[in-house]
Design a protein around this ligand. Structure first.
Ligand code: CMC
Length: 436
């Protein structure tokens, strides 16, 4: 059978070579340029990986122009409507939706891995009271590698599976402990009888004098629904910056907990997972509705570094399907928790203003998922510096799924990008006292 190919010609030397054109089950065909250097003696340059696939993956598909997001083939809209975060995590990790028994044992196993080693809990005491929770997340999740290393056999799929389960299970416990350290409250242990989101909320907000969940286990259903939905929408997003970081670190065979800590670091930035926190800081900076035109003008000014946080996306160029889903819940949450907080009115006015602005329309800059997630988290009384930590909890499902996928791929190689060197060509060393 003939294989589709792409020819690349060096117009200076006249040399030309053919390369296989790979076609996935969906999406843009991809030229395999693995032998480009061998055949033509050149590399490719693609700053920001705008046109470069770094791996083959079965997990998530995005069509940025059509606003499509599929987890293992299932549209995000269907999962958001019918599924739960743990069910979606099972799907991402295992490739299929679980049946009733499989979901029961998965949930049970996750619950049994939620505890932290007491020595690890002691690590929090080393952080200053005002340490950013993301700084603590990087440190504490990375430190899990000190607890699970010697016995870890990365060749064994069962060892890998348990490592992935541990990370998913412990992330809410670590996240809540980060928050409690910052406010000086004692930690709350996870409860085996609660669901994933309920457990997290209880560990975050319970006080010795005022339990978050009362005897009858009542918890506000809109809060749990919103949290579950945000976790589903943030669970995976194919080869984004943090997932690619996890893959690159893992390609060296490093300890998986350390690799996930690397992913957490990459997620922290305001261009990625830090955007939801940055949206709230931006709204505080704008201050009042009458200042919106001034800030929109700043966002459009090429000489001004100000950008409208929560707008635009590298991949979605028409609309972010996650934003469409979450927008509805955002309004539902604001209705459930009526407030006179002027920030919400400001956010909705900014959304309306930007959506009508020519610059934003022309550049296809629409609110992304994190414009709304920040607003929802604020309404749920999650502190602003915890917003990106919430993203970490959700994205752990994606990170561990990509880690499991790459670790079971026999063709996997160490990631080692090339560069276009632009420094000095060659120069001679000058002794210190002879330098000008
Ligand atoms: N405000 C104003 N102008 C913008 C914005 C914005 N938020 N985003 C992009 N632009 C302009 C940009 O100046 C550029 O203009 P020009 O063509 O004249 O040079 C054009 O739109 C294309 O932008 P880009 O920077 O080349 O696009 P990118 O794909 O490199 O960046 C982005 C994508 C998400 C980093 C960027 O849109 C941004 O900084 N947005 C704000 C931060 C944000 O909300 N990030 C969260 C993304 S969703 C969560 C996640 O998946 O991690």
């Amino acid at each position: 059978m003939s294989q589709d190919t792409v020819s690349i010609k060096n117009n200076t030397s006249g040399e030309e070579a053919e390369f296989p054109l790979l076609k996935g089950s969906l999406g843009t065909p991809t030229v395999d340029i693995g032998t480009l250097n061998k055949n033509l003696g050149i590399f490719t340059y693609d700053q920001g990986f705008v046109s470069t696939a770094s791996c083959k993956s079965d997990i998530t598909f995005i069509d940025g122009n059509k606003g499509i997001l599929l987890y293992r083939g299932y549209p995000i809209e269907q999962l958001a409507k019918h599924s739960s975060f743990l069910e979606v995590s099972y799907l991402l990790m295992n490739g299929e939706l679980p049946n009733k028994d499989e979901l029961f044992s998965f949930t049970d196993e996750i619950n049994h891995h939620t505890m932290l080693h007491e020595a690890l809990s002691g690590f929090f005491g080393g952080f200053h009271y005002d340490a950013h929770p993301m700084a603590m997340m990087v440190g504490v999740v990375g430190s899990l590698s000190a607890f699970y290393h010697g016995e870890l056999n990365m060749e064994d799929p069962e060892h890998r599976r348990i490592s992935a389960m541990r990370m998913l299970a412990k992330m809410p416990t670590i996240a809540a402990a980060c928050y409690r350290h910052s406010v000086g409250w004692p930690n709350v242990y996870p409860r085996l009888d609660l669901g994933y989101c309920e457990n997290f909320l209880n560990m975050m907000f319970s006080l010795p004098s005022q339990k978050y969940i009362e005897k009858d286990n009542y918890i506000d259903p809109i809060t749990v629904k919103a949290l579950n939905l945000l976790f589903i929408l943030h669970a995976d997003h194919e080869q984004n910056a943090s997932t690619s970081t996890v893959r690159l670190a893992s390609s060296t065979g490093a300890n998986p907990y350390a690799c996930i800590a690397a992913g957490i670091s990459a997620l922290w930035g305001p261009a990625h997972g830090g955007a939801n926190e940055a949206v709230l800081s931006m709204l505080a900076q704008i201050g009042t509705v009458d200042k919106i035109p001034e800030y929109i003008a700043k966002a459009k000014d090429k000489n001004d570094p100000f950008r409208l946080m929560g707008f635009g996306h590298r991949v979605y160029k028409n609309f972010d399907p996650r934003a469409t889903i979450i927008r509805e819940t955002c309004y539902e949450v604001l209705e459930r928790f009526p407030t006179d907080d002027p920030l919400f009115e400001l956010a909705l006015a900014l959304e309306e203003y930007a959506l009508k602005d020519e610059y934003f329309i022309e550049k296809k800059l629409y609110p992304n998922v994190d414009f709304y997630s920040g607003i929802i988290y604020r309404a749920l009384k999650i502190p602003e510096n915890m917003f990106t930590v919430m993203f970490v909890i959700a994205r752990t499902a994606g990170w561990v799924s990509h880690w499991l996928e790459m670790m079971s791929d026999p063709t996997q190689r160490i990631g080692r990008p090339r560069q276009l060197y632009t420094g000095y060509a060659n120069r001679d060393y000058v002794p210190t006292d002879a330098r000008k």
